[in-house]
Design a protein around this ligand. Structure first.
Ligand code: GLY
Length: 329
């Protein structure tokens, strides 16, 4: 039986963690000066990714095409060791990739635990467009990719292999460590969201996941509603950081729901981070999670647990600016 007093207490506690805001009016007459197109993405490797996405957006292209083209840049860059080719392997030496994509019509596709394909985001898009399904995993995802013309290749670069062999010397399994988010070379997921000149939203997310993770571990990045969510009437959100905590609160979906209820993008991101902090109590000091959101009016914002989270913005007003997120600590 539901304890009514407990329920009311928990609702008011939750409300206490969220800022009080006047709901936005999402009717189509609410704003005429929508900033579009615009693309935003996580971390400093979002800068060259935005540049590529902007080529699509500035020529009147679709947000879906822009985010796919954008995140393929770090996927193909061997110097980005948390995404695609050159990603750090799991503790058994396998580079296993997770990615998802979502368009303006609630269509979505995802791959998880995929090996040997440089652009998992394009496989995720093929899942969305060529099958009635949403998620393909592991060997099945690879088989699907090969059947659809993708080429299998070795994604473990000599640098990533050397880093893994160095780690093996001690091999202590500590999945998330503060030094990882302090280290500017050790960022994780690229999440990208965009609004195109027709006012349509889309998003993409791709990663090699936690470095030296347990074989088979999958984070939030291929989970629609966790790492990425798009509701074309209201907004889109992406996450970065410790995927387990993002999945626990259906992070990106939570952010979009808060925007749908009138929160600004930054306040909506804060609302989701506050939940993670409340659940984790003191352990929150050991975690990094950041959310990035864009609403239907072209307004954007972010909020992270730790101060190190940065994101890149490209619009007609701002040409590829890197911004520091607001953070809890
Ligand atoms: N956010 C990426 C991961 O946890 O795998």
């Amino acid at each position: 039986m539901i304890d009514r007093r407990k329920f009311i207490k928990s609702v008011s506690l939750l409300a206490g963690t969220l800022p009080f805001v006047k709901p936005l009016n999402f009717s189509k007459f609410a704003k005429t000066n929508v900033e579009k197109p615009i693309v935003i993405s996580t971390w400093d490797f979002g800068l060259p990714a935005n540049e590529e996405a902007w080529k699509v957006l500035s020529s009147g292209g679709r947000a879906l095409d822009a985010v796919e083209a954008g995140v393929k840049v770090p996927e193909g860059d061997p110097n980005v060791n948390t995404v695609g080719y050159g990603g750090l392997p799991d503790r058994d030496g396998h580079v296993t990739l997770d990615a998802c994509i979502m368009d303006e019509n609630f269509r979505c596709g995802s791959v998880m635990f995929l090996e040997g394909i440089k652009h998992p985001i394009s496989v995720a898009r093929a899942v969305m467009e060529k099958t009635p399904h949403i998620i393909f995993a592991g060997d099945g995802a690879l088989q699907f990719a090969l059947q659809n013309g993708f080429k299998e290749e070795n994604l473990l670069t000599p640098e990533s292999e050397a880093a893994w062999k160095e780690w093996l010397k001690t091999g202590v399994y500590k999945p998330w460590e503060k030094k990882d988010w302090d280290n500017k070379d050790s960022h994780d997921t690229i999440g990208m969201i965009a609004i195109d000149s027709n006012g349509n939203l889309s998003g993409a997310c791709t990663t090699s996941g936690l470095k030296f993770k347990m074989h088979g571990r999958v984070g939030d990045s291929p989970v629609i509603g966790a790492a990425l969510y798009v509701d074309n009437d209201y907004g889109a959100a992406v996450s970065t950081g410790v995927g387990e905590e993002v999945i626990r609160i259906s992070g990106a979906h939570t952010v979009v729901e808060l925007m749908r209820n009138g929160y600004s993008p930054a306040d909506a991101c804060k609302g989701a981070v506050d939940r993670i902090i409340k659940i984790n109590k003191d352990k929150a000091k050991e975690l990094q999670v950041g959310f990035l959101a864009l609403n239907k009016f072209g307004e954007y914002g972010s909020y992270a647990i730790q101060p190190e989270f940065q994101y890149a913005v490209y619009s007609n007003k701002e040409k590829n600016v890197l911004k520091n997120s607001i953070s809890h600590f």
